[in-house]
Design a protein. Structure first.
Lengths: 367, 366
């Protein structure tokens, strides 16, 4: 089997919020680069990549340039293909656009491999479980007014979500008291039984994280985890926060490749390891990701793109449902009801094959 | 002052070796993206980026897209421009990768504009620590050359007045610790005891190999000025083990992106001599921050590639040790700093004091 052709495009998805109905920025667009790789015997693999922001056309260009290099290669040899791309790309990585483009290709190759072997990917990768928990993400963002966030939180409860994520590190004039109040009111709205996560997206310094995190604990909010509390590569700073709080600290989505996770784990920076599939450039089984969390005391969690990441064979704690793309929000509903893996959801919808005009605004999700 | 536009070019320069005349890969090409940043006051700044490899068109595309976002901005406010570009690029801003390379090209041009606008050569604007700095010949004694060839080239460099030069180990093909050591002994014999000799491994050894071969090179009396990138650049703990074991100074840092990894490297005591790559660190703005960080750790800094810009930076800061004279970009400029008695004199023209040679750009445009 050989790779015979590829097709790429950019779509600008509307930034709507289908889970609870309050979009933080309803007129914005989420630019997504999509990729289809086809083999000489007619198998097609899909990949997507995002986070391109103002460089989304550059990202597509990178997918095109790298994609041209994999034509003629054996799609089953994902490691050999990755090595070829790394060699060809010289020193333009490992981080950033090279990795983001390679991830789209990697996802498509794994899609092809699963199809070629007649197996859903999760089963190919180890098949740990039939169903996994999932949490509603993107519905309680920091840009919402407090009353909107509370209403949205109530809707999630009514829709029988069991886990959901909010954000702190509020925009504009804020204070520790204001931050705690937001967390407390959302907890009231979702009730005591909902697992409630809270994302800071690197907006606090370590001492703020310890101060506000402690106050949230004292207010009895009971967070399931507190995420990306400070700059992702401040490994000792994160370790101080993780040490000071009893709330589990999650992080890792901002790291590129696999080595920074070594530093994070060695420093005990986080309690829950979050892996961004686009940034880690890896859905590789066995030798890479799934092996790590098993060996450590950490649990792994996937971020942003539930359609592909939730198929992981790793002992995932939970998979995120964000409104990154319309496809994932659709699958989110089905997955919630059935509390099962997204691999059972239908194939990508029509938008994925329609190339549209380039993006105009950066609203790429930051998880 | 406002930025009014940017112009980019992609050129593929021949991979020749002008210092000693023996290229490792004479038919190779080096893809380089150039950028010129225009302002409403007529002052223009220039910058370059490289390392694009098979993604060099993507790199140029990134500079074009980021350049368009700079229009209307004040070129002197480099931090504000960096912030704007980072926000716009969102998750593709790395840190690291093509965004960083593109950002660096623009940042270099902004510093060129800033220095020109106050009519000072850049090194003087930045601090002006010294009039002349040591420099070393690089790229002439590569691992792909035969032993005879590398020994001859080393002697040629000495005859041309170089007082510092760099070679490479971790030889291609079948090699052993003994063969590696032999090569260093032969080079040292050819240049005599007074030339500073550096050796680059380019991350090709594991830590235990670095300690084994490094120790054998010491025992053979080669006397290296530094041993560089002895293992994977982000194995901060592995590097620290090697630095601890060897008495030879260990250099490294060219492979890391942005400034935060230097913190980890310095905290772990991974290297004795931090090496800063201008386009991976994020341009002149970020280069200076790493130099300050190293100074606080009582460490020198050395530069990686592009001596035409680095002469300014090494000359500006108090802890600049030596400038790597890698002549890869030489044909791109009308005039470049030239080695005299193993040193480079500080440029006297305002800004970077560089001008693109348009004939070169026309000839090698990709």
């Amino acid at each position: 089997m050989k790779l015979a052709s590829l097709e790429t495009g950019i779509v600008l998805l509307p930034n709507d919020e289908p889970l609870a109905g309050f979009s933080e920025n309803p007129n914005a667009k989420n630019p997504i680069v999509w990729l289809k790789l086809r083999t000489d015997d007619g198998i097609e693999g899909l990949g997507v990549t995002y986070f391109g922001g103002a460089l989304t056309r550059t990202l597509r260009q990178a997918v095109d340039e790298l994609g041209a290099l994999v034509i003629g290669e054996d799609p089953l040899r994902v490691e050999a293909t990755a090595q070829k791309l790394r060699d060809a790309a010289g020193s333009s990585g490992p981080a950033g656009i090279l990795t983001m483009a390679m991830s789209a290709i990697d996802v498509a190759l794994w899609d092809i491999k699963g199809k070629a072997l007649g197996l859903p990917l999760w089963k190919l990768l180890g098949g740990g479980r039939d169903r996994i928990p999932t949490y509603a993400s993107g519905a309680l963002r920091r840009g919402l007014k407090l009353e909107e966030a509370a209403t949205a939180a109530g809707r999630l409860r009514d829709k029988s979500y069991r886990q959901t994520k909010m954000q702190l590190g509020l925009p504009g004039a804020t204070s520790p008291a204001r931050e705690v109040e937001q967390a407390r009111l959302i907890r009231e709205a979702v009730g005591p039984d909902m697992d409630l996560m809270c994302d800071i997206n690197q907006r606090w310094r370590p001492e703020q994280a310890i101060d506000i995190g402690r106050r949230v604990e004292q207010a009895g909010v009971g967070l399931f985890w507190l995420e990306d509390v400070t700059a992702a590569d401040d490994y000792p700073g994160l370790a101080r926060v993780a040490d000071a709080l009893s709330t589990p600290v999650a992080g890792g989505e901002y790291l590129w490749g696999i080595t920074p996770f070594r530093h994070m784990l060695e420093a005990r920076s986080v309690d829950i390891v979050m892996i961004d599939q686009v940034r880690s450039a890896a859905s590789r089984p066995g030798s890479r990701w799934p092996a790590w969390p098993r060996r450590s005391t950490c649990r792994s969690s996937a971020t942003v793109s539930p359609r592909s990441t939730s198929t992981s064979s790793a002992p995932c704690r939970t998979a995120s449902q964000s409104s990154t793309c319309r496809a994932s929000s659709r699958s989110g509903k089905r997955c919630r009801n059935r509390r099962t893996a997204c691999s059972t959801c239908p194939p990508l919808p029509a938008w994925a094959s329609n190339s549209t005009k380039p993006r105009s605004r950066n609203t790429a999700p930051d998880g | 002052m406002k930025i009014t536009g940017t112009r980019t070019e992609l050129v593929e320069l021949p991979a020749d070796e002008p210092l000693a005349g023996a290229a490792e890969n004479p038919n190779g090409k080096r893809p380089i993206v150039t950028v010129a940043v225009e302002t409403d006051q007529g002052v223009e700044g220039l910058g370059v980026a490289y390392f694009g490899g098979a993604l060099s068109r993507t790199l140029r595309h990134a500079i074009d897209e980021l350049g368009a976002l700079c229009i209307g901005e004040d070129p002197v406010r480099v931090e504000a421009v960096q912030q704007k570009l980072k926000n716009a690029a969102g998750g593709s801003a790395g840190p690291g990768g093509i965004y960083h390379l593109a950002l660096s090209a623009l940042d270099i041009a902004l510093w060129d504009i800033r220095a020109k606008s106050v009519n000072l050569p850049l090194w003087k604007l930045l601090g002006g620590a010294r009039d002349r700095v040591p420099t070393y010949a690089s790229g002439a004694l590569m691992r792909g050359l035969s032993l005879d060839r590398v020994v001859k080239s080393a002697a040629t460099l000495k005859e041309k007045g170089w007082r510092e030069m760099k070679t490479q180990l971790a030889l291609p093909g079948e090699t052993t610790p003994a063969i590696e050591v032999e090569r260093m002994v032969k080079i040292r014999e050819a240049i005599g005891p007074d030339i500073k000799l550096m050796c680059d491994i380019n991350q090709r050894w594991r830590p235990e190999q670095a300690m084994d071969i490094g120790r054998r090179v010491e025992d053979a009396g080669v006397g290296l000025f530094w041993l560089e990138d002895v293992t994977t650049a982000d194995d901060f703990a592995g590097l620290a083990r090697i630095s601890d074991t060897l008495s030879t100074p260990v250099a490294g840092g060219e492979y890391v992106w942005g400034i935060a990894p230097f913190r980890h490297m310095l905290e772990a005591r991974s290297v004795d001599i931090p090496m800063i790559d201008l386009v991976r660190v994020g341009g002149i703005t970020q280069w200076l921050k790493v130099a300050g960080m190293a100074e606080a750790f009582n460490l020198p800094v050395v530069s990686h590639l592009i001596p035409e810009v680095h002469v300014h930076l090494i000359g500006a800061v108090p802890n600049g040790l030596t400038v790597e004279y890698m002549p890869w970009l030489m044909p791109l400029f009308k005039e470049v700093p030239v080695q005299q008695n193993g040193e480079l004199a500080m440029p006297t023209k305002p800004g970077l004091g560089l001008e693109f040679d348009l004939k070169t750009i026309d000839r090698y445009r990709a």
